[in-house]
Design a protein around this ligand. Structure first.
Ligand SMILES: [Zn+2]
Ligand SMILES: [Zn+2]
Length: 255
């Protein structure tokens, strides 16, 4: 396994009754990127193995299951806390708005003599971090709140995950500072019929994905579309038929 898509939707709900999860990628049995509702695909035993969670940004579709994951792990982490990585503003938002003893306990504090369940680690853009058999590099995307995408080097394969973003020169400047990648997991939240809404909310449409790829110095060979918003998914899929060289992510698929 290189990466498993536990949740690759920009929301919840499906048209055929099969559950569809929001953003969550599994890089290894210990490492996740984002903790949306796709995280529910893991068994309890698999959840107990998680020790590193890279958060792209503070929006709920990317963090919804993080507090409840940690509640499963509490008391089962003698080997150390789960590290939550992200932009300084993302970490501050989690501290202020989620793990504040109102919405959820502060699991970075030691409860009842137990070791803390989590710790925070602030990341800087374009500063690589070595972890197990991977090198993970955050980069800044263009969304409505501070947001990191992540570039993942693992076993000779290089993957870029865009997280949430719209098309801006600043995004391209960041992408072009990364090494050429084999795979690009890029969001496509809206159809082109909702182009203005996509730009206003910091997202992409098929035409905007094409603009991003055209502007990249080294466009990756394999393009995976993710974060389709369920309400718009059918019209996005129709428009994506014009781009047969791209793949659409599916929950539980892996490469
Ligand atoms: Zn977002
Ligand atoms: Zn999102």
């Amino acid at each position: 396994m290189n990466i498993t898509f536990l949740g690759c939707n920009g929301g919840i709900g499906s048209h055929d009754g099969d559950p569809q999860g929001s953003s969550c990628l599994q890089l290894s049995e210990r490492v996740l990127i984002d903790a949306g509702t796709g995280l529910e695909r893991l068994s309890v035993a698999e959840m107990l193995n998680i020790r590193h969670v890279f958060i792209s940004h503070s929006h709920l579709d990317h963090i919804a299951c993080l507090p409840i994951l940690l509640a499963n792990i509490i008391g089962n982490n003698d080997d150390g806390p789960v590290t939550i990585y992200g932009h300084a503003d993302t970490i501050a938002a989690l501290q202020q708005h989620v793990f504040n003893y109102v919405l959820w306990p502060d699991f970075s504090q030691a409860p009842a003599g137990l070791p803390p369940t989590m710790r925070y680690q602030v990341l800087e853009p374009l500063q690589p971090l070595e972890l197990d058999d991977m090198v993970i590099t955050p980069f800044t995307t263009s969304h409505t709140v501070p947001c990191f995408g992540y570039a993942i080097k693992k076993r000779g394969m290089h993957t870029i995950y865009s997280a949430d973003t719209t098309f801006t020169p600043a995004l391209i400047e960041q992408l072009n500072q990364l090494e050429p990648a084999d795979h690009f997991i890029i969001e496509c939240s809206f159809s082109d019929a909702y182009y203005d809404l996509a730009v206003a909310t910091g997202h992409l449409t098929p035409a905007l994905v094409a603009q991003v790829l055209d502007a990249m110095q080294y466009p990756p060979t394999h393009v995976w579309l993710t974060h389709l918003k369920p309400t718009y998914a059918e019209s996005i899929r129709e428009e994506l038929m014009a781009y047969p060289q791209w793949s659409i992510c599916a929950d539980l698929s892996k490469y």
